[in-house]
Design a protein around this ligand. Structure first.
Ligand code: URA
Length: 190
């Protein structure tokens, strides 16, 4: 996998601008707009998804479609909202055409942005939604079945990180919702 030597701007304003004008991978020409992320800049909880879908590409905000509504419900059940205490971001900031998975080189090109967001937010806990976010944040190819369950850590600060199902998967497999709700009760400990 290509290792990026790009350094993302160190502050929020510079970072927002760099994401907005980014042309670092082949997702850029097909996007309507970039989807930076949303939430308080020092939220105690950070949730990371995969990448924008059609709704997010149109509105410029992560998780605003059906999966986003479910995510909001799940967060509400543990007293969290994107306006108050959760920062929501994605592995890639531009929509992969046809909602395909982001390619490894696309995730890699976008990695400095996500890393900087995490560094600036300094969350007490990170929740990775689904396989792509989990694998990219933990830099592993392990399957979701192995990554969901144990508590992990992210980065040199060893920020606690756990993995749960992506809400889009839960829409397809509603029987699994209980497990994800159970996962989220861990948030109370942080
Ligand atoms: N799925 C994601 O992973 N992210 C979004 O922003 C929307 C849907």
């Amino acid at each position: 996998m290509m290792v990026s030597d790009y350094t993302a701007p160190p502050d929020w304003a510079g970072l927002r601008e760099a994401v907005k004008s980014c042309m670092r991978c082949k997702l850029c020409p097909t996007r309507t707009q970039t989807v930076f992320g949303v939430g308080p800049e020092h939220a105690p909880l950070m949730v990371v998804g995969e990448g924008p879908g059609a709704d997010e590409d149109a509105q410029g905000e992560p998780f605003v479609g059906r999966a986003g509504k479910l995510l909001d419900e799940m967060l509400k059940s543990i007293g969290r909202t994107r306006n108050d205490n959760v920062f929501i971001a994605n592995v890639v900031k531009c929509r992969p055409p046809g909602n395909r998975d982001p390619a490894p080189e696309e995730a890699e090109a976008c990695r400095p942005f996500l890393e900087r967001q995490i560094e600036l937010v300094k969350p007490r806990l990170i929740v990775a939604l689904g396989r792509i976010a989990a694998q990219r944040l933990l830099q592993t190819d392990e399957p979701l079945s192995r990554l969901r369950g144990p508590m992990h850590t992210y980065g040199p600060d060893r920020t606690p990180l756990f993995v749960t199902y992506h809400p889009a998967y839960l829409l397809r497999a509603p029987g699994e919702k209980g497990k994800s709700w159970g996962d989220l009760t861990q948030v109370h400990r942080y």
